[in-house]
Write a protein that binds this ligand. Sequence first.
Ligand code: G1P
Length: 284
Amino acid sequence: MIRKAIFPVGGLGTRFLPATKAMPKEMLPVVDKPLIQYAVEEAADAGIEEFIFVTGRNKTAIEDHFDHSFELESTLAAKGKREALTLVKNMMHNPGSVMYVRQQQPAGLGHAVWCARHLIGDEPVVVLLADDLILGKSCVREMVEAYQGGNMVAVMNVPEDQTGSYGIVTPGADDGRVVDVKGLIEKPAPADAPSNIAVVGRYIIAPQVFETLSSQERGASGEIQLTDALAKQIGSAPFHGLRFSGERFDCGSKLGFLQANLAFGMSNTDLAPDLKAWMQERLK
Ligand code: G1P
């Protein structure tokens, strides 16, 4: 039912300089895979067939990553490295199903999503932020399964002093998993926050959101916010938050990125025994 996903990857990644000077932040690896590939695999696991990247300058490494590398493939074949060859070949999607559109200026998440409008028809679409890395079951899959029309966001409860880093929900009916979204505000100070229920970077958005975004209204930080466009749909379409089952890591921060590497390393059967033993020794 939901076939398309948008991946906004135009951000500068200034928090990871100098690592991101010549490399997109979405290509930073957690264990052995770049952040953007985790997001693409999560979407594919939910049945997504079309992958739309909203890129910016210096992002060609992402395009190359999701394309054939003939030199690499022929070298691996010549050296008989079958496992590595299968791995890189299996990454390929159907020809024409990976699309790129350039966001000409960093004018906010809402603007990035709006830049993909010509590639979206009259259908709901998923938006994934690769910074939010989720360990466990595909969050997008859980959302698609729970989707009841209109708009949906993944949510999690955050410490009250952190509301200023997230879109925050005014909750209505809440069964502990699905919460009715009665209001949504971008990055409120703790004193102004309607709750501590925060939006994590996974959305299902209805086509009407693109119409709202076309007004190009600026919100928090002077940017065109997806949060504001979603908030405007409240009352005219269903809007739900889903508490997903996986564990989310904020890979837009150094601490979150390090935690993700350790957690994914510990869930990797090849690495886990030695990594755990080393950490135990180190923490003594
Ligand atoms: C974006 C959204 C915010 C959301 C967050 C999740 O903010 O604007 O509403 O809670 O992603 O990671 P950013 O972290 O890109 O500033």
